[in-house]
Design a protein around this ligand. Structure first.
Ligand code: AMP
Length: 228
């Protein structure tokens, strides 16, 4: 499962809930980056300037930290939730390419939404609570603009491939979880509640997410035909 959401939409909370419910491993790109920054590793020192400004870390850097985690989870677990990755079209292409190489399937992409003012106020609350001093009002507005420019095209792309679940989180958490539970049931990832039908939809092989023109030999840069 892949979580694609703007900051403050609840992807951390709902990713953790999904992993608790399904036993999938939680892979959060933001947590992995924050751990590198906290231990002042060479990679951490490189990425800190980007995360502090609210810019995306360059694709090559995020891939160098994410891909080993994905490979390990693909090898050692029954499934995983990608929280915060991919965030750009080249990352999405690389994720699909790797998934095809490892013969993985995707159960779907979850897109959580909320009105912009709500997103800003949630991120500022979290910053106060957790001491995430990179989340100032200017930085959060910038992160939203980066989402609109770099990540929103992925939403359209996955929607076009018919694997997107779009959910508003501008309502009680229990209502969001009820919708997620139903979606998990329809995908056969949780047993259906009494009276509900068996799973009707199935996981998609990752090579279905590669652009038809380039197929499995696609490279990180993407290319013509990708994005529809
Ligand atoms: P998050 O906790 O997912 O909101 O991520 C926090 C910050 O880490 C983001 O604002 C980015 O600077 C960086 N980041 C996380 N995931 C990615 C990614 N897939 N690509 C580039 N930068 C990322």
């Amino acid at each position: 499962m892949i979580m694609v959401s703007p900051p403050g939409a609840g992807k951390g909370t709902h990713s953790r809930w999904l992993t608790e419910q399904t036993g999938a491993v939680h892979i959060s790109s933001g947590d992995l980056l924050r751990a590198e920054v906290a231990r002042r590793s060479p990679l951490g020192l490189q990425v800190a300037a980007y995360t502090a400004r609210g810019d995306l870390v360059p694709d090559e850097l995020i891939l160098s930290i994410l891909l080993p985690a994905v490979e390990a989870a693909a090898r050692d677990s029954g499934g995983f939730v990608l929280d915060g990755f991919p965030r750009t079209m080249p990352q999405a292409l690389r994720a699909a390419e790797l998934g095809a190489e490892l013969a993985l399937t995707s159960d779907g992409v979850i897109y959580l939404t909320a009105p912009e003012d709500e997103l800003v106020s949630r991120v500022l609350d979290r910053a106060r609570r957790d001491g995430r001093d990179d989340d100032t009002p200017q930085v959060i507005r910038h992160r939203l603009a980066v989402f609109a420019r770099e990540t929103a095209p992925l939403v359209d792309y996955y929607r076009g491939r018919g694997i997107l679940l779009e959910l508003s989180t501008d309502r009680p958490e229990a209502d969001v979880q009820a919708d997620l539970r139903h979606w998990l049931e329809t995908r056969g990832l949780l047993p259906p509640a009494a009276g509900r039908p068996e799973a009707a939809q199935h996981a998609v092989p990752l090579n279905h997410l590669l652009p038809p023109a380039t197929g499995r030999s696609a490279h990180l840069q993407g290319g013509p035909g990708f994005g529809g």
